[in-house]
Design a binder for this molecule. Structure first.
Ligand code: 13P
Length: 236
């Protein structure tokens, strides 16, 4: 994995922070050897930040301010002391019809506000069965600024919350393809995370792959013991 530091990110989605998450011995605390970040709902951002967790939002607006009912701007997230924000999670792309252009606009807004965006990409089962997965992901990354603060998460839609994981070989192949698309200046330094049913039993093999630099964890991140085991897999 070259000298890229592993990042294990917990996406709690629309769930409360797991019990004990803010405690001193919480598995959600970042470590010197592995970066650990959490993505709670907006309501839990401030408590997580105040407890000293490295925290990001699950969504931020591409707009700077104004008449956008329900939205939160990237600058507001920075002012709250968020480190990061998810852009283009598949539940937003597919459930909320966010387009590739909108996701790129969010990413640019996040960078301008000083955040470290995690840009999520990934194909549906139908697209994979049609052999279109690399082209789909290439289009999702089109227009991405050249910026070392960007992190990419490859999350095949068919593996999210389904218990089906991409095999380590499938994931590595896509990660290598994504890395190949990145401009030379940031190709080796950009962290590319895998997401989609990451669990304690499959994490070690996935994390061993050359171009997998961490994980974006959904379901298992709600269970402190499982999450701790995934972080330990990254410690090695
Ligand atoms: P699961 O780990 O529950 O499959 O969710 C993955 C995900 O969507 C992380 O963002």
């Amino acid at each position: 994995m070259s000298d890229r530091k592993y990042l294990i990110a917990a996406n709690w989605k629309m769930n409360p922070a797991p019990q004990g998450a803010l405690a001193k011995d919480s598995p959600y605390r970042t470590l010197s050897s592995v970066d650990v970040w959490v993505f709670p709902t907006y309501l839990d951002l401030q408590p997580c930040i105040e407890a000293g967790l490295i925290t990001g939002a699950q969504l931020g607006s591409s707009a700077a301010n104004g008449a956008h009912t329900g939205d939160v701007s990237m600058t507001m997230l920075t002012e709250l002391k968020c480190r990061s924000v998810l852009c283009g999670h598949s539940e937003r792309r597919h459930g909320r019809h966010e387009t590739n252009e909108e996701v790129i606009a969010q990413t640019i807004a996040a960078l301008e506000a000083g955040l470290h965006p995690i840009v999520c990409v990934g194909e549906t089962l139908k697209q994979r069965e049609a052999g279109e997965e690399k082209e789909v992901v290439r289009k999702q990354l089109e227009g991405l600024p050249v910026e070392s603060r960007i992190i990419i998460a490859y999350e095949p839609v068919w593996a999210i919350g389904t218990g089906k994981t991409a095999t380590p070989a499938q994931a590595q192949e896509m990660h290598a393809s994504i890395r190949g698309l990145l401009p030379k200046d940031v190709r080796d330094s950009t962290r590319i995370l895998y997401g989609g049913s990451v669990k304690p039993d499959n994490a070690p093999e996935l994390l061993k792959q050359k171009d997998i630099d961490g994980a974006l964890v959904g379901g298992a991140s709600l269970k402190p013991d499982e999450f701790r085991a995934i972080v330990e897999a990254a410690i090695g």
